[in-house]
Ligand binder design. Sequence first.
Ligand SMILES: Nc1ncnc2c1ncn2[C@@H]1O[C@H](COP(=O)(O)OP(=O)(O)OP(=O)(O)O)[C@@H](O)[C@H]1O
Ligand SMILES: [Mg+2]
Length: 296
Amino acid sequence: MYQQYFGFKESPFNITPNSKFFFASLRHTEALNTMVYAVSERKGFVVITGDIGAGKTTVCRALVNQLDSRTQVALITNTLMNGRDLISTILEDLEAQYTPGSKAKLLFQLNNYLIEQLRENNNVVLIIDEAQNLTPSVLEEVRLLSNLETESEKLIQIIFLGQPELKKKLAMNRLEQLRQRVAVYYHLSPLTKDEAREYILHRLKIASKSDRQYFTEEALETVYNFSNGVPRLINQICDSALLSAYVAEAAQVTDQTMREVIAESPMIQITSGQPVLPKKESALAEDLTTKIYFKG
Ligand SMILES: Nc1ncnc2c1ncn2[C@@H]1O[C@H](COP(=O)(O)OP(=O)(O)OP(=O)(O)O)[C@@H](O)[C@H]1O
Ligand SMILES: [Mg+2]
């Protein structure tokens, strides 16, 4: 709505992951490199955890874009399924020829497909996003897939991406065998204060192709204090702030606008007046808290 007013070619803070806006923060780069390394070295199992909205799906998309044509990818995002459906979804995603049947029959066909790919010198990667939703028994099924190997090589590289619950699930006693097979683990933390600022400016620049200062420095700091550096929260609040500035016919988002938008955000309202702010007692935090409680 505000795009034309501010001269944006497209929306700068869309909340769907879009590779065009990828911001290579230190942590996103490390997560990406971890996966690239594990796939190219055929390490077997990789687990990436990260807070809600930290950018797991975004780095997963960046990975898929980076893989070469010798790597076949199955990307699973619907994790609310049983073991048999999971295997048939993997076969479909890999565009493998198969005939439907029992789980054992599907596994047999997947194994044949993997051997064929190895013979052709191809690598196969299974990426499971939202892996925190997999039940322990389906997690076990995936472990059985990692048993598909030759004497010297893993036939399939498996990457789990999930919220911190995934780590808790993997710590369960009954999943020890799976846990022992995890070759690489990485936790994607939110952006630091400096990175959050850079992240916002990066998205604005891509959308506007200009260096115009859309937010005051104080407003940028307030976004960080609200979001704790979580990209999705940054996007949501910056989008609302630009809309608010447009409605007020302002040229820039000021700190005052930003605080008002935060106080009225659904995040704050749903958590019934509990401010989503870091624990540290900054004057800014107190200020904002007062405002939110008054509003609520
Ligand atoms: N490195 C990044 N560069 C650009 N945008 C990013 C980056 N990281 C996250 N985002 C943006 O933040 C939002 C949330 O990212 P994403 O969906 O990848 O998070 P997630 O960790 O997968 O969340 P969930 O836990 O809900 O699955 C998206 O709009 C995405 O575009
Ligand atoms: Mg995600």
